[in-house]
Design a protein around this ligand. Structure first.
Ligand code: PEP
Length: 228
């Protein structure tokens, strides 16, 4: 089954969330749709007929960690999934591969399915094999791949409107699939309704992770149609 993940980077407008939830509930999708809002908005998904995920979690199960959300809490709030290692978390919040791996362990323990994001920066573009190999070293051979989804998100593509060519993406996807043959693999980075069909046509791509375009509800519905 193909997968469509929405990374809703919202800074307000609870009313809009309620509208989006209503619209998405009207969709009969063949794909699995996973919406990941900021944790503060998780309470607005009552009767949502698709899946919800968190954008991050903490690596400790319990304790005094002001401001953090444990996997257990996210699970109780209805999350089935959690994005981990998004490039914004890595760059702005200085999350290391080790910290992301700790979060991955904590999430799996609570049966929260991790979606691990990996991807090279613009200056690393010629060196993507080494970068991705490094980012994946804690999972290849260590994780039950069925439990973990991976998302290839080249940092230079996120929010820029630039997507890798089909041949570039094909090369990366076959490299990743060789390392993680049983995991679902998503592509993320400037996905829209125009390019989603071509991206899904690349062998090994199981779905898409959508940021900006997932907040334009008509566009997002069209992406879902292209992916299904
Ligand atoms: C993202 O935020 O993970 C993302 C892929 O964003 P965009 O679709 O806007 O490039």
């Amino acid at each position: 089954m193909s997968i469509v993940v929405a990374n809703w980077k919202m800074n307000g407008n609870v009313f809009l969330v309620k509208q989006f939830v209503h619209r998405l509930n009207e969709i009969e999708a063949i794909s699995k749709i996973i919406v990941c809002p900021p944790a503060a908005l998780l309470g607005n998904f009552e009767n949502f007929k698709h899946f919800i995920g968190a954008q991050n979690c903490f690596y400790e199960e319990s304790g005094a960690f002001t401001g953090e959300n444990s996997p257990k809490l996210l699970k109780e709030l209805g999350c089935g999934y959690v994005l981990l290692g998004h490039s914004e978390r890595r760059a702005i919040f200085h999350e290391s591969d080790e910290m992301i791996c700790q979060k991955w362990r904590a999430a799996v323990k609570q049966s929260l399915q991790p979606i691990i994001c990996v991807g090279e920066k613009l200056e690393e573009r010629g060196n993507w094999k080494d970068v991705l190999g490094h980012q994946l070293k804690n999972y290849v051979g260590h994780c039950d791949q069925n439990d973990t989804i991976f998302a290839y998100e080249p940092v230079w593509s996120i929010g820029t409107g630039i997507v890798p060519s089909a041949s570039e993406l094909g090369a990366v996807v076959s490299f990743l699939k060789e390392k993680l043959p049983r995991s679902a693999l998503l592509y993320g980075g400037s996905v829209n309704a125009k390019n989603a069909g071509e991206i899904m046509g690349i062998k090994g791509v199981d779905g898409v992770l959508v940021g900006g375009a997932s907040l334009q509800i008509d566009e997002f519905e069209n992406i879902i149609k292209m992916v299904s």
